[in-house]
Write a protein that binds this ligand. Structure first.
Ligand SMILES: NC(=O)c1ccc[n+]([C@@H]2O[C@H](COP(=O)([O-])OP(=O)(O)OC[C@H]3O[C@@H](n4cnc5c(N)ncnc54)[C@H](O)[C@@H]3O)[C@@H](O)[C@H]2O)c1
Length: 268
């Protein structure tokens, strides 16, 4: 139990990658706060849970948990999330930011026509949620002289060609996540806090599977471009997270690890 006695918060944890990370942290011994704008979100794309809620799944693993419904685009919601976690489970040692998503219609996502409101929304949901959550956990991590933060970017955040120039607003927001990770790591390393990011490739979450053909992502054509010839799983993401939240990565900070099965090696 590498994380026995530790407290973690996972944002965007009602389903998909966030849920897989939350369950993995619990299996590793941590008590976990499950945070999401919609704690019942798993049902939306037919993701089945092993209990009524993700927090209940964690309790079934034998750890303590709390569900916190919060829209993290609002800074005060992030502060409240940390306060409620601290009261219920203790001060957070680990923050895993997974909340996010690409919602702009593909045909509106080209760089030349990007709408201001879509850009604002993508920056808020993908970049600001992470910034707000980081800023909310940092005071207590800094005071205690330790802490681990893992943010979630996307391979498109560092490779505009991987979606043939589509999803500009989302891509820009994820570039922001990678760069924010670096700036924050540079600032807080002196306090014993490590900050890294994971960049998923095509991960077959229930949402991605449901939207695959409509959005032209994670399709059979994509498989040809993935060196390992398979989509990723939420558990692949949780395994990469596992490295970043343990002492195995004690000397790693400010880095972004791409978890894409080699997709970024292949021309678009
Ligand atoms: N699945 C992929 O292929 C893929 C690829 C690249 C990047 N990502 C990134 O990985 C993360 C998870 O992806 P997923 O496929 O599991 O998506 P998902 O939609 O299944 O999970 C994202 C969760 O974030 C929550 N969320 C959205 N806005 C929020 C807000 N304002 N406040 C709090 N919670 C909010 C949603 O309710 C949802 O439960 C996202 O950041 C996504 O951009 C995923």
């Amino acid at each position: 139990m590498k994380l026995s006695g530790k407290v973690a918060i996972v944002t965007g944890a009602a389903r998909g990658i966030g849920r897989a990370c939350a369950l993995r942290l619990a299996e590793m011994g941590a008590d976990v706060a499950v945070s999401d704008i919609n704690l019942d979100g798993a049902a939306e794309y037919g993701e089945s849970l092993g209990a009524e809620t993700v927090a209940d799944e964690i309790v079934n693993i034998g750890r303590n948990s709390i569900g916190i419904q919060a829209d993290l685009t609002i800074p005060d919601a992030a502060i409240d999330m940390v306060a409620r976690t601290t009261e219920a489970l203790g001060a957070p040692d680990i923050l895993v930011n997974v909340a996010g998503g690409a919602f702009t219609p593909i045909e509106k996502s080209w760089a030349s026509i990007l709408a201001d409101d879509d850009l604002d929304r993508m920056l808020a949901v993908n970049l600001k949620t992470a910034i707000h959550a980081c800023q909310a956990v940092l005071p207590s991590m800094r005071e205690r002289g330790e802490g681990i933060i893992v943010n979630t970017a996307s391979m498109i955040g560092s490779n505009a060609g991987v979606r043939q120039g589509k999803l500009t607003d989302y891509g820009i927001a994820k570039t922001g996540v990678i760069q924010y990770t670096r700036f924050l790591a540079a600032e807080v390393g002196q306090y014993g806090i490590r900050v890294n990011a994971l960049s998923p490739g095509s991960i077959a979450t229930a949402r991605i599977v449901a939207l695959s053909s409509a959005r032209g992502i994670a399709t059979n054509d994509d498989l040809e471009k993935i060196a390992l010839r398979r989509l990723g799983t939420p558990e692949d993401m949780a395994s990469a997270m596992e490295f970043l939240v343990t002492d195995q990565s004690a000397y790693v900070t400010g880095q972004c690890i791409t978890v894409c099965g080699g997709r970024t090696l292949t021309p678009s």
